[in-house]
Design a protein. Structure first.
Length: 142
């Protein structure tokens, strides 16, 4: 093989490697953008809705409203999954991804601030515990 052909072959191999790396980068960027997790702006809006709803739910718990009736009023959380857990006499709300695999937000409705915004991947499970006098304890609390 002549030196000129070796040079051309080397250039072609380098171009192919660079093309492969660029394609892999684009694929991983696209895959990450297809995630079930909402964008930061959406999560902030959802957090505000959840704080308001958890306060409402807490107020309704004392009047013996049914969970199904409460959840019918939560259209702003579609398509996410919303769960309610009663820790008598308190209620805790948990918002999860659409597929129900990852937790996003959790709030006990005891204050005007969100109790838990999930920073890393975490299963869709309740972590907050509400103690006497509405004292909230749990993992990843803000």
């Amino acid at each position: 093989m002549t030196p000129a052909r070796k040079k051309i072959l080397l250039i072609l191999v380098l171009v192919a490697v660079i093309d492969l790396l660029v394609s892999a980068g684009i694929f991983f960027w696209w895959k990450k953008s297809q995630s079930n997790l909402p964008h930061e702006k959406d999560i902030t809006e959802l957090a505000n809705h959840l704080i308001n709803l958890s306060s409402t739910v807490q107020g309704l718990v004392s009047t013996q409203e049914r969970e199904a009736e409460i959840l019918l009023q939560t259209e702003e959380f579609a398509p996410y999954q919303l769960k309610v857990q009663y820790q008598h006499p308190y209620a805790v709300l948990l918002l999860c991804t659409q597929d129900g695999k990852q937790a996003l937000l959790e709030d006990a409705g005891c204050s005007a601030k969100l109790d838990r915004k999930v920073q890393n991947e975490a299963p869709c499970e309740f972590t907050l515990r509400v103690q006497e006098n509405c004292q909230v304890q749990g993992a990843d609390m803000q």
